[in-house]
Design a protein around this ligand. Structure first.
Ligand code: UD1
Length: 328
């Protein structure tokens, strides 16, 4: 199956491209490389370097594709508060462009990345039928993309499945921006022996799900037999972990890993600072994951400890790019 992967050179995208290749599919990637890297892609994968807002490039990329995995987005809650228009353009209008291009190209199924942010502050564990009252422009933009997907099913027969990712982490998540996911920031800083910051008291909890599990869910959603038009599924591990607990787990993994890499070389001093809680942050987040298990046959497999070890291993093993100051 030929699959267009928008944002395929990014964090979740590149893992999804690998999962597609491993099953013998043919991924085609469109990515503007705003946060992704061409080096994330397996050599030989076709990369069209363009934004999803470029209708012509999108039409060219989508030609001949049976399905679309739409991951391209500006993925940050705080950034969507600072730059709502830019984020809206990519996350809402861009998603609409992808749906329109898919409809025109006769695509059968679109699987799109949505987010737990569509729920806002809801009593956990959060099921798919919880009220959708996003607290950030980002959550609202993802909700709009879901609703557009439902309408394309209703009016054009395009089957659109939305996957509501909870907090995805793992190797290749960019740690160097203030908007990066918390675990990649902790792993990178602690691996370098640099200070880490916890916003608020650190007792806030998240449902952290490993990127390899998410890539497998994407593949299942693209290929599952049956019809799922307009449906949305939570993708989480189903376990709440506090930011403080996660910090401790990463610190322990860094100490273990540094000792293996350089005996006696574990960083001696790893300062931790508390700063005020971020505005727009939710307090607790935990997914109910029964629907994905029952309908798609998916559940997270990688335990948190193992996922953390792999993330830390990557952070320690990846040299810093001297030009950009970022890791692979
Ligand atoms: C994350 C995703 C978002 C997704 C949401 C779904 C990222 C960058 N964001 O948002 O796209 O919609 O999950 O659940 O992947 N924190 C610290 N120190 C730091 C960084 C963060 O204490 O250095 C705290 C934050 O204040 C927050 C928690 O860690 O309380 C998680 O933050 P973050 O990783 O940015 O993710 P979410 O805001 O949950």
């Amino acid at each position: 199956m030929r699959v267009l992967v928008t944002g395929g050179a990014g964090f979740i995208g590149s893992h999804s491209v690998e999962a597609l290749l491993a099953e013998g599919h043919e991924p085609v990637v469109i990515d503007d490389l705003s946060t992704g890297h061409a080096r994330n892609l397996t050599p030989g994968v076709r990369l069209i370097r363009a934004s999803i807002l470029d209708a012509r490039a999108l039409a060219e990329a989508i030609a001949g594709c049976e399905t679309v995995l739409h991951l391209a987005a500006i993925v940050s809650v705080p950034l969507s508060l600072e730059r709502p228009l830019d984020c809206h353009a990519v996350n809402a209008t861009g998603s609409l462009q992808v749906l329109e291009a898919a409809h025109r190209a006769g695509v059968r199924r679109v699987v799109q990345a949505s987010s737990a942010a569509v729920y806002g502050e809801v009593e956990p564990p959060i099921g798919e039928f919880a009220p959708l009252v996003p607290l950030s422009p980002y959550g609202l933009q993802k909700r709009m993309a879901e609703e557009y997907g439902r309408l394309y099913g209703l009016h054009h027969g395009l089957e659109v499945i939305s996957l509501r990712y909870f907090n995805v982490y793992g190797p290749r998540q960019d740690p160097r921006s203030p908007y990066s996911g918390v675990l990649s920031r902790f792993a990178d800083a602690l691996a370098r022996g640099e200070p880490t910051v916890i916003f608020g008291d650190g007792q806030q909890t998240r449902d952290f799900v490993f990127v390899g599990d998410v890539a497998r869910a994407n593949l299942l959603a693209l290929t599952a037999p049956g019809s799922f038009a307009g449906e949305a599924f939570n993708l989480g591990a189903g376990r709440a972990i506090s930011v403080l607990e996660a910090h401790a787990a990463i610190r322990a993994a860094v100490a273990r890993e540094s000792d293996t890499a350089r005996p006696g070389g574990a960083p001696a001093h790893l300062p931790l600072r508390h700063e005020p809680a971020r505005s727009g942050d939710i307090r607790h987040s935990l997914a109910r994951v029964d629907a994905a298990r029952e309908r798609l046959g998916w559940q997270a497999r990688v335990p948190f400890g193992e996922g953390i070890s792999r993330t830390v291993h990557h952070a320690i093993g990846t040299p810093v790019d001297p030009a950009s100051g970022t890791r692979d």
